[in-house]
Design a protein around this ligand. Structure first.
Ligand SMILES: Nc1ncnc2c1ncn2[C@@H]1O[C@H](COP(=O)(O)OP(=O)(O)OP(=O)(O)O)[C@@H](O)[C@H]1O
Ligand SMILES: [Mg+2]
Length: 467
């Protein structure tokens, strides 16, 4: 609303204050006006009475004319102890009040003036004063109040109209000055703040102090240093966040590599060489400490993977590597791995990342099978159609637990296996998304679970994509 704006309030307040100031001026000036009015009539009456100086007796018609012109009913002018001049005409009513203009106190003048304004009755009053130019000792007239009151009202209205005009002009001038000097710069600061809030990491949006009003300029400078600090803190936080998530991902896969190493080390423990056999437990300890460290680190954040270095990769060799590493863990059990990848099938992928994805999926399947009864098969198959390559990782296992299904691909949420961080599927899905492809759950149930990876064949031309 208009009244809630800074300039609106200034406008209203200015009008109020100017009006208030005018009231303080109005009251004494209306009292002054009344005093002048009466003094003026005394003077006119005095002049009229001078006619008697020429002639001791004057015609009643002339007397009436003189009094009418002076605006009074009677005049008594005492010139000295003895001589006294008097003109008189008929009064419409008896005298109701007497006012003495010789040295009246200011308060009385004001009170009398206000009383006259409020009293609308036409009365006859007596006014006493000093004659002008020392032409006597005292002059006394009787006069009607109606013309006096009318003149006072007329004067009052003129003063009020003038005050209204002055306050309107002042308020308008002030309104525009406030707008120009304060509202505009404040709006500038507010919009600078909004723009900064929309993208606080963008240093171009930090405010440049420009206000000429000192207080506003100081506010702008304070805001600038706050924004600068905030932006650098945000940047630092971003860097720390990505560092943290990178560490989390590295830890995750490092742990997987280390567990594979643990399997090799297990074998070394059985060596007949006494030196090797003695060192093996120490090696085992070191590895489990490293695994523990990785696991603790995994409690932190999620990470941005570097973009994949896409090349044409022989899929079967990657699959073979995965199967070899995973088979080590299940050697001697009833778990088997198989691959059904067309010979010579080349896919466009980052071989390292693809290896990580496949080994995450195979490892999940192995863990699920081992956790149920240790019997089953894990199969990696692949193929292609016109638009994409697909790779399926399936098992004959127990199926995904409900919790894992609800939070599939959400970091730290879907893991239900003991010791699992719940990151594997999330990382795998992110890596595949980085390839422009997708990782999805094919099917799951007591008969087994299948995850499907699709990788697009189309190569995106960035310049075309931008068009
Ligand atoms: N093939 C599968 N069969 C049955 N359950 C599975 C299968 N794959 C994944 N899961 C379930 O999904 C959950 C989430 O898997 P995910 O790989 O994301 O985490 P994790 O294996 O628990 O931990 P980690 O981060 O070490 O991989 C697993 O805990 C497991 O319960
Ligand atoms: Mg896993």
């Amino acid at each position: 609303m208009f009244l809630n704006t800074l300039s609106g309030r200034f406008l209203v307040l200015t009008i109020l204050f100017v009006m208030l100031a005018e009231v303080f001026i109005f009251v004494p000036s209306i009292a002054r006006f009344r005093q002048d009015y009466m003094a003026n009539h005394l003077e006119r009456a005095q002049i009229a009475s001078l006619a008697l100086l020429a002639d001791d007796v004057i015609e009643p018609d002339l007397e009436y004319e003189l009094l009418k012109n002076a605006g009074v009913f009677n005049v008594v002018l005492r010139r000295d102890e003895i001589r006294q001049l008097a003109l008189s005409s008929e009064m419409p009513a008896p005298v109701s009040d007497t006012f003495d203009l010789r040295d009246p106190p200011a308060g009385t003048l004001i009170m009398d003036a206000l009383a006259r304004l409020l009293n609308g009755e036409d009365e006859v009053i007596r006014v006493i004063g000093h004659p002008v130019q020392d032409a006597g000792l005292l002059i006394e007239v009787t006069m009607p109040t109606a013309p006096l009151r009318e003149a006072m009202l007329d004067y009052g209205i003129r003063i009020l109209a003038l005050s209204a005009l002055i306050s309107a002009v002042t308020a308008t001038l002030l309104f525009f000055s406030v707008r120009q000097l304060m509202v505009k710069p404040i709006k500038g600061v507010v919009s600078a703040m909004k723009s900064y809030a929309a993208a606080p990491e963008d240093t171009r949006r930090i405010i440049e102090p420009s206000a000429s009003v000192r207080e506003l300029g100081e506010a702008e400078s304070a805001l600038k240093s706050m924004q600068t600090e905030l932006t650098s803190m945000l940047r630092q936080r971003e860097r720390l966040a990505s560092l943290g998530s990178a560490v989390a991902k590295v830890s995750h896969d490092l742990r997987n590599i280390l567990t594979t190493t643990q399997l090799f080390a297990d074998r070394i423990e059985a060596s007949e060489d006494p030196v090797v056999a003695r060192m093996a437990p120490k090696l085992m300890n070191s590895i489990s400490r490293a695994v523990n460290l990785c696991e603790r680190t995994l409690a932190f954040g999620k990470a941005e993977e570097p973009p994949p270095a896409l090349t044409l990769v022989a899929l079967s060799s990657v699959v073979q590597d995965v199967i070899e590493a995973e088979s080590l863990a299940v050697e001697g059990s009833d778990l088997s791995f198989s691959a059904d990848v067309p010979v010579g099938l080349m896919v466009r992928a980052d071989s390292e990342q693809l290896y990580r994805v496949l080994s995450n999926l195979a490892r999940n399947a192995r863990q699920a099978l081992v956790a149920t009864n240790g019997v089953g098969e894990i199969r990696i198959s692949a193929g292609e159609d016109d638009a994409s390559w697909w790779i399926r990782v399936s098992d004959t296992g127990p199926g995904l637990p409900a919790r894992a299904q609800q939070h599939l691909f959400t970091p730290f949420q879907g893991g239900v296996s003991k010791g699992g961080a719940g990151l594997g599927l999330a990382i795998a899905a992110e890596l595949i998304r980085g390839h422009g492809g997708s990782l999805s759950l094919g099917e799951t149930g007591p008969e087994g679970t299948t995850f499907v990876i699709t990788l697009p064949k189309a190569v995106i031309d960035n310049e075309q994509a931008a068009e």
